[in-house]
Design a protein around this ligand. Structure first.
Ligand SMILES: Cc1ncc(COP(=O)(O)O)c(C=O)c1O
Length: 439
């Protein structure tokens, strides 16, 4: 039963409001792999919400921890006061980060984690007497949230257009190359030379003006764009040689999505900072974090006079105790159930084989995958946009996906079983035949 008269008042984010309100998709509850809508239909959540519900919906352990925390300590200021659960959570989290990234700055979202990482980079360069390093380098198709720093380094045109001059940034070329790499299983073979473009940008702007490079190990919101073999290591090598920080935005790639705690662990490339959010609390409560190398933290903190605030930055809800409780319970589940590595095992192999079985079906021009992320890219004869129609048809057939242009992005909860993967493949097979087979 609806408890409201009108949908007019809620201005929905990143949504075609008029189209949605004319034909709403309302979810009433969720459990495991499934969303339940207001039509009594079960909808397979093939995107883990927005790439975040990695341990599946409705985990009682998390609900209990949240409820308990609210009754114990609902909130206290994170400025000049502390609480045990914030320190405990930070200590537990860094057991999963690459060696040396042992400091945690808490935020409330991925966007804020990105803003914080960019500011930490500037604070670090200033603290070591290199204040002239103020510029950032992002990448085309990159998504780093919606705040001004994030859209500056981000590389998705609609998110940047019309929002003013933004920060001083430049962008690497993206690495999507369907012509050379279509239907690659795992990391694509061709494209390492696109990392060399960083050398050109650094020499064009002067490396002494660049604070940091920020990229997602795998771009999610840009359409599941994978790094070619050797690409991330090359970026690392160029950053190190030029005294430029490397930030990995792992808001999507973290917490089991790629079959490891982080993309940096999976690909064995160590960044100077990692941004995280989403799966860190299984999507249950908003919380983000920046994992920072000890040396960066120490340089900033030790450069301020004793007794004074070292970094003028923070949020009312940094390390919110209730969000930390959700995060700790989530981490327990990930560890107890082996979910961080699950995507690297048998289920990850099944995912790869199943998605690639779609090769050859009408309209499908690429399938890409890594861990438990994937994309199926469609193309029409006249180059028109079909992603939104495919999204609608998937929903009618009982599956929630994300369309990025004509690429259908998939990122299911990592608890996924073979039967769910089969269902995903069946729905795509049906849609390909319905919408793309010559009549
Ligand atoms: C790589 C990346 N960074 C940052 C963000 C922003 O996170 P949030 O929506 O929590 O602000 C996202 C969200 O999808 C993301 O994919």
């Amino acid at each position: 039963m609806k408890s409201y008269q009108s949908m007019d008042h809620f201005w929905m984010p990143f949504t075609a409001n008029r189209a949605f309100k004319a034909s709403p998709r309302i979810i009433e509850r969720a459990e495991g792999m499934w969303l339940h809508n207001d039509q009594g239909q079960k909808v397979l959540d093939a995107t883990a919400g927005l790439w975040c519900v990695n341990a599946g919906h409705g985990r009682k352990q998390i609900a209990d921890a949240v409820s308990q925390q609210i009754q114990t300590l609902d909130y206290s200021s994170p400025f000049n006061l502390g609480h045990d659960i914030g320190f405990e959570f930070a200590e537990r989290l860094v057991k999963h980060t690459p060696a040396g990234l042992n400091r945690v700055f808490f935020t409330c979202s991925g966007s804020e984690a990105v803003e914080s990482a960019l500011k930490i980079a500037l604070a670090y360069q200033n603290a070591r007497g290199k204040g002239g390093k103020y510029r950032f380098i992002g990448r085309e198709k990159g998504y780093h949230g919606v705040n001004f720093g994030g859209i500056s380094v981000g590389g998705l045109t609609p998110n940047r257009k019309g929002f003013g001059p933004l920060l001083p940034v430049d962008h690497l070329p993206h690495t999507l190359d369907i012509e050379r790499n279509a239907f690659s299983k795992g990391l694509p073979e061709f494209g390492i030379e696109r990392a060399e473009e960083l050398e050109k940008l650094l020499s064009f702007h002067g490396a002494d003006s660049v604070a940091a490079v920020i990229v997602e190990p795998i771009s999610g919101a840009g359409g599941v764009v994978l790094p070619p073999v050797g690409y991330l290591k090359k970026l690392r090598e160029i950053c190190t040689r030029n005294d430029v920080l490397l930030i990995f935005d792992e808001v999507i790639c973290g917490w089991g999505r790629l079959g490891a705690s982080f993309g940096s662990v999976k690909f064995d490339v160590q960044p100077d900072m990692i941004t995280s959010a989403k799966g860190i609390t299984n999507g249950v409560l908003p919380l983000g974090a920046v994992f920072v190398k000890d040396e960066i933290h120490d340089t900033v903190v030790n450069s301020a006079p004793e007794g004074q605030v070292e970094f003028f930055h923070g949020y009312t809800y940094s390390a919110h105790p209730v969000a930390c409780a959700a995060g700790l319970a989530t981490l327990n589940i990930y560890e107890e159930e082996g979910l961080l590595e699950r995507g690297s095992g048998e289920i990850g192999e099944y995912w790869e084989q199943a998605l690639h079985s779609l090769k050859g079906l009408p309209g499908i021009i690429d399938v890409r995958n890594c861990g438990l992320i994937g994309a199926v890219e469609f193309a029409t004869a006249d180059g028109s946009l079909v992603g939104p129609k495919i999204m609608q048809r998937c929903y009618e057939l009982g599956m929630s996906i994300r369309a990025v242009g004509n690429a259908i992005a998939l990122s299911p909860p990592v608890i996924i079983e073979k039967e769910h993967i089969d269902q995903i493949v069946d729905i795509f097979t049906q849609i390909s035949r319905e919408m793309f087979q010559a009549k």
